[in-house]
Design a protein around this ligand. Structure first.
Ligand code: FAD
Ligand code: SF4
Ligand code: SF4
Length: 405
């Protein structure tokens, strides 16, 4: 790897100097550099700190600069990476629901790869959770217990997982797109030099290449992009809570629990002094069985009362589209969608909501979707199980009346 300036071609014009984002090119006298030329007095010289970014190559009008990089062959070692891992995020020594959802998806992917599913459980006194992971789809649980791992801390968790990846070489690692998972996955991916696709809304296996297909919204949610990690392993993805469904717990499932000792002492430069629970998020949309969401079709904030009344009759939680939240009709904690909550209730009512893709990614895993919209072509009807085309101000009061009966 390196950068070479062809001294026979360089005219010392200085165009490359301006192009270098790291300011490491200087024009010097050829005499001083002992690189004489019959026509040109000056020459470009590369200083220390060149990152081989290649910006100067494009800038040079006479093609005097060549950057050579190590060729990234699809590593032969890629074949050594086998199996699907799910990071079994735990809080207060209890495995979080998102890990069980990921195990369900991992089983589906494992079927297409003929691979094993491993849950990686890090913590202190968490061994009791291993069986639950097996009952939800893990073939094996890798367990690392240490007092330092009791609560999540970036540094020791990353040290341990990077060590495990080096030892066992998993092909895929899935983590919840939670506060913990987001911080953890990115740190690990950077450390082990692999790709990470955050906030995936779907995962699949390419039938030919057997590469993980990681789908997520891109360009502000205007397109759904499917991302491949072709040349590096493991392939890493984070997925939000409620995007996938966990498998039914099967207490007859058997699996192995492998206790791994980290070589050396697990250390952390930071420590948790106290954990203060956020009591401001009172709306528990994520766990609700029924959600009634209202959108811009309601027309004005007062009309949200209709949604609240309907929700009360059903014993449901109240959700909203971003348009309603942005208009200040209801607080952000009610927002469902890409930049709000991801929900998967048994029944989701979308009232006066068009069903933009950014809304859909937050609710389309609901068991039953019922949409009320006056526009028969509204995209919400593409995913609704039941669609009522009509004026919500007539439909919803009638539903309330009938339900009250
Ligand atoms: P509209 O699209 O205006 O739809 C209103 C619907 O109400 C229409 O279909 C109309 O036919 C119907 N209607 C009107 N009057 C009546 C009536 N009387 N009876 C019945 N139906 C009626 N959106 C989200 O919801 N959540 C997100 O997290 C989110 N994140 C985003 C992130 C990004 C980066 C971007 C760019 C956008 C995001 N959006 C999100 C916005 C999204 O693109 C839509 O703009 C938004 O969902 C539209 O909200 P809406 O369906 O309430 O409004
Ligand atoms: Fe500067 Fe990049 Fe050229 Fe190196 S390769 S000299 S960093 S522009
Ligand atoms: Fe030399 Fe090319 Fe840089 Fe001009 S742009 S100084 S010719 S290397």
């Amino acid at each position: 790897m390196g950068i070479i300036i062809d001294q026979n071609k360089c005219s010392g014009c200085g165009l490359c100097v301006k192009s270098c984002p790291f300011d490491v090119i200087q024009i010097k006298s050829r005499k001083d550099e002992n690189k004489l030329h019959p026509r040109y007095k000056n020459i470009a010289v590369i200083l220390e700190g060149c990152t081989l970014c290649g910006a100067c190559v494009e800038a040079c009008p006479v093609d005097a600069i060549t950057v050579t990089r190590e060729k990234k062959e699809p590593a032969a070692t890629i074949k050594d990476y086998k199996g699907i891992w799910v990071f079994a995020e735990q809080q207060d020594s209890v495995v979080q629901e998102v890990a069980l959802e990921l195990l369900g998806k991992a089983r589906d992917l494992a079927g297409k790869l003929s691979a094993e599913v491993t849950a990686v459980l890090l913590g202190d006194k968490v061994a009791k959770e291993a069986d639950r992971l097996i009952h939800h789809g893990a073939d094996r649980v890798i367990l690392v217990e240490d007092p330092v791992l009791k609560d999540f801390l970036d540094e020791p968790y990353a040290d341990v997982l990077c060590h495990l990846v080096g030892e066992y070489k998993p092909e895929i690692i899935l983590m919840g797109a939670t506060t913990i998972g987001r911080a953890f996955a990115s740190r690990v991916a950077a450390r082990i030099h692999t790709g990470l696709t955050a906030d995936c809304t779907d995962l699949d296996i390419d039938p030919q290449s057997k590469i993980l297909l990681q789908t997520r919204p891109a360009f502000g949610g205007n397109i759904m992009a499917t991302i491949h990690t072709e040349h590096h392993r493991p392939q890493m993805s984070t997925v939000r809570h409620k995007v996938f469904k966990p498998l039914e717990e099967d207490k007859s499932r058997k699996g192995d629990v492998v206790k791994v000792a980290y070589p050396g002492k697990i250390v952390s430069r930071s420590r948790i002094i106290d954990i203060i629970k956020d009591k401001t998020q009172q709306v528990n949309l994520t766990d609700a069985d029924i959600i009634v969401s209202g959108g811009r079709g309601l027309g004005k904030p007062e009309n949200f009362e209709l949604i609240r009344e309907f929700a009360e009759v059903l014993g449901a939680a109240v959700g909203a589209s971003r348009a309603a939240v942005d208009a200040n009709w209801i607080s952000y904690s009610h927002q469902v969608g890409q930049t709000g909550r991801t929900v998967a209730p048994k029944i989701y009512f979308a009232i006066g909501i068009s069903g933009a893709i950014q809304h859909q990614v937050g609710m389309r895993s609901s068991d039953v979707i019922i949409a009320v919209n006056k526009d028969p072509h509204a995209p919400i009807f593409d995913i609704a199980n039941y669609g009522i085309v009509g004026d919500l101000f007539q439909v919803v009061p009638e539903l309330i009346k009938q339900l009250k009966k």
